[in-house]
Design a protein around this ligand. Structure first.
Ligand SMILES: Nc1ncnc2c1ncn2[C@@H]1O[C@H](COP(=O)(O)OP(=O)(O)OP(=O)(O)O)[C@@H](O)[C@H]1O
Length: 790
């Protein structure tokens, strides 16, 4: 078969191997070789490698162009690919008869030499880019701006070299000569590449450099500030409160550097540290900070390689992968010596760190049923992930995972080295965050004063994501709202209003009273996308899914959806909500405002938590679990977000927002939904009350609340309806209410006080092992008259 035919016949496969990993490196290496042997001229190269186009379009254009150039060009393309691709990717492909990809005559200008030697130069300069830039800068060939353009953190070291070579070519012959002279000088001082020891560490060091630059690029800015370009992580990061309980039950406060350190270790044999915290408490941001500091060699200096994973993105990986593929495909590929780098990781597990953000977002709940320990065997992603976490695979590699507390069950807990609790901002942290956010000190002071005047809002600000919203929407806040924000629904309505206001044509003006009605169409489309996503644990959406929901460019430009900051998995644009709690809010808006939703939508939402409870009790009782278990397991991961959605639904149906919703939803439909919420809350409470055991003679009747009791209380609080709180508490007949280990912070205290103040008879309230703090204790004041002991 001719090379021509081979290219045509294997087009799909060639396309797949050149863009399958999502990295442009294989294509770039092939292009280097084709430029060197003059199959491509410079103009061809420029028209193929357009950064704005998806990688697969670049590859298709290369295949078409070379195909048009004839049989010789096709042979050289196949030979170049054979030279560049790793063995495992070449399996099953035919590259025709062997031919050498070499340059023709020795070029007579420095500029042409750079082209002819491009593949070698990329390799040589990767380790030396700073020196080369320095030489070009001191001879005046390059300006500081040129150097910055080359060293953008989003580029890998090889891409930086190619940018440098392109820029030198653009500058002309003198710059090209300077670069060649610099290389000649450094050649003599270069270590001997044949030296095994140097060679080995050089490949690993090169990979470390590439990984550091990729991690730095990914962790440099916060997605909630996406697009505004206002803040880098450095500008805004504020330390959160980190706590761990040690073996003797004592609570220790940790610094960021202690997350991976020995403090608070409970199980010396385990390698997984869990950072848990409520929605928006800053878990992803904390990991991002760790990543950035590692990339800058400012923290975790004993960690040679750090591999960051997002469980949200792992959900989208449907292939079976080996550990090696997981590491290199999802983080970055080594440019040289892949096997050697991987062997290094296997040989030195103590020098590697894996992080997994958002375990609660992973579609499948943790199980330790399938053991797997072979790093090269391909298995489904859940098997890889769970075996890494439990330490069957890659024992000795430290792992840090983050999760909402409810999503981590006892089966995973026994594999944990320690559990670090992230409790959000301290009161000082809130001040510090506001000051960082507002460069104008007078404005920062006004915001802080307004928070201090509204302690409910202040208590909300302990959760960083609420603090971010409140600070971002300071104008709406200080401008005097009809409704003073008291609940998280109020706060999210504020952010909704803020985003619409930003895009409104009369941008200086205030949105009209009917602003929600004006934007109802967009809200419903976003809401449907959000709800469908939550029900299937889907937090990342393709352009096609947006289109299917009728979302257009102008809807996206409002800013609620952002591009996924994903450099590795795919070239297609993917979107996610600015924050997952915003996805929950849109889902709630859809449940409340959609006139066509089926009548049971509200009740189903509230029932989701009982599916979790029944699945947990099934597992605890060790009953035979039938085939529906997978379905039940997946509900476990969805439940925390559906609970938040239910909380927002309660808030939106509050009488306080009646006027806002008036024109968006017929009164009769709204009333029906309100009744459904009230009924669901009452039924939920009944379940708890029924579980109260009969008191043993001589002891007080007491109830030990489950975390979902606190959730129901929070829903009642969102409704801001005294009569519901009163009716619910009228049925609670206990003398002692135990709320230990229920993740109660200042926000929960506000809700508890609102509801418990209606208790008929005095109770003893036990709140040990929560994070009440001074602000929380202050929030509890309204119910202290009825709580005779605390
Ligand atoms: N330490 C921090 N410093 C400054 N801002 C922060 C910090 N932590 C969180 N934020 C702000 O709050 C937002 C939400 O935080 P983050 O996504 O880290 O929370 P999370 O705990 O991972 O939430 P979830 O469990 O819902 O995924 C961030 O995008 C950022 O704007």
């Amino acid at each position: 078969m001719t090379a021509h035919q081979l290219i045509l016949k294997q087009r799909a496969e060639l396309l797949a191997v050149l863009c399958g990993g999502g990295s442009a490196e294989p294509l770039d290496c092939v292009l280097d070789l084709l430029l060197a042997c003059e199959v491509l001229v410079w103009e061809d190269y420029l028209s193929i490698r357009v950064a704005e186009k998806p990688l697969c379009s670049n590859v298709r254009q290369l295949l078409d162009m070379v195909y048009d150039k004839g049989e010789d060009a096709c042979s050289l393309l196949l030979a170049a690919m054979s030279q560049v691709l790793p063995e495992e990717q070449k399996a099953g492909l035919c590259f025709g008869k062997e031919c050498a990809v070499v340059g023709k005559d020795r070029p007579d200008t420095a500029t042409l030499t750079l082209l002819a030697d491009r593949p070698v130069l990329v390799r040589k300069l990767r380790d030396n880019i700073d020196g080369a830039l320095n030489a070009l800068l001191t001879t005046g060939c390059f300006t500081i701006k040129d150097c910055d353009a080359v060293q953008l953190p989003v580029y890998t070291p090889s891409q930086q070299v190619r940018k440098l070579l392109d820029q030198v070519r653009f500058k002309g012959e003198t710059a090209a000569k300077t670069l060649l002279q610099y290389l000649e000088q450094t050649e003599t001082t270069r270590p001997n590449p044949e030296d095994k020891e140097n060679h080995l560490s050089a490949n690993c060091l090169l990979y470390q450099k590439k990984l550091r630059s990729s991690v730095a690029a990914q962790s440099h800015s916060l997605s909630t500030y996406g697009g505004t370009g206002r803040f880098s992580l450095d500008d805004i990061y504020t330390d959160g409160l980190l706590e761990v309980t040690d073996g003797s039950g004592e609570t220790l406060t940790l610094g960021l550097e202690d997350v991976v350190g020995p403090l608070g270790t409970l199980n010396e044999d385990a390698d997984t540290v869990l950072v848990s915290g409520e929605a928006g408490s800053g878990k992803s941001t904390l990991l991002q900070r760790l990543h950035l500091l590692w990339a800058r060699e400012a923290l975790l200096t004993n960690t040679f390689l750090l591999f960051p994973f997002s469980c949200r993105k792992l959900n989208a990986e449907h292939r079976e992968l080996s550990l090696k593929e997981l590491l290199f495909l999802h983080c970055c590929w080594p440019d040289r010596g892949q096997d050697e780098v991987f062997q290094f990781i296997l040989d030195h597990p103590n020098l590697a760190l894996f992080t997994f953000d958002g375990l609660d977002e992973f579609k499948q709940g943790f199980t330790d049923e399938e053991r797997h320990c072979c790093p090269t065997k391909q298995v489904p992603i859940p098997v890889l992930l769970f075996n890494l976490l439990q330490g069957t695979l890659m024992k000795g590699v430290m792992k840090v995972a983050t999760s909402r507390p409810q999503a981590v069950g006892p089966s995973l807990k026994r594999y944990l080295r320690k559990e670090v609790l992230l409790k959000g901002f301290s009161p000082g942290g809130i001040d510090c965050f506001v000051k960082k956010h507002h460069s104008d000190p007078a404005m920062a002071r006004r915001v802080i004063e307004s928070l201090q005047a509204n302690t409910v809002l202040l208590s909300l600000c302990h959760i960083p994501v609420f603090c971010w919203i409140v600070t971002k929407c300071h104008q709406e806040l200080l401008g005097g709202q009809d409704v003073i924000p008291q609940t998280i629904t109020d706060v999210y309505l504020l952010v909704l209003q803020h985003f619409f206001q930003r895009k409104s044509p009369q941008s200086q003006g205030v949105l009209g009273k009917a602003w929600l009605e004006e934007h109802l169409d967009t809200v419903l489309k976003l809401g449907q996308l959000a709800l469908e996503g939550l029900e299937t644990s889907c937090y990342v959406f393709s352009g096609y899914e947006l289109q299917r929901n009728g979302l257009k460019e102008q809807d996206v430009s409002l800013g609620f959806l952002i591009y996924c900051n994903d450099l590795s998995v795919t070239d297609c644009k993917r979107y996610e909500f600015l924050h997952i709690t915003l996805q929950c809010f849109f889902a709630a808006l859809y449940v409340v405002l959609n006139r066509n939703s089926d009548r049971s939508a509200v009740s189903r939402l509230f029932q989701s938590q009982y599916r979790q409870l029944s699945s947990l009790s099934q597992r605890c009782l060790g009953h035979c679990i039938d085939s529906s278990v997978e379905e039940v397991e997946s509900h476990v991961t969805e439940t925390p977000n559906l609970q938040i959605t239910a909380q927002f639904v309660s808030g939106l149906l509050s009488q306080r927002h009646h006027n806002l919703l008036l024109e968006c939803c017929p009164i009769a439909v709204r009333e029906r939904k309100v009744k459904q919420v009230v009924k669901s809350l009452s039924k939920g409470m009944q379940r708890h009350f029924k579980s109260i055991p009969r008191p043993v003679e001589g002891e007080k009747k007491s109830m030990h609340a489950m975390p979902s009791f606190v959730w129901l209380i929070k829903c009642i609080y969102e409704m801001q309806d005294n009569s519901i709180a009163q009716e619910t508490m009228a049925k609670l007949d206990v003398e002692h209410l135990k709320l230990t280990y229920c993740n109660i912070g200042p926000v929960e205290c506000t809700a508890l006080a609102y509801v418990l103040k209606y208790l008929r008879n005095p109770v003893g309230l036990q709140l040990d092992n929560n994070s009440v703090g001074d602000v929380g204790a202050e929030q509890l004041l309204p119910c202290l008259h009825i709580c005779h002991s605390l």
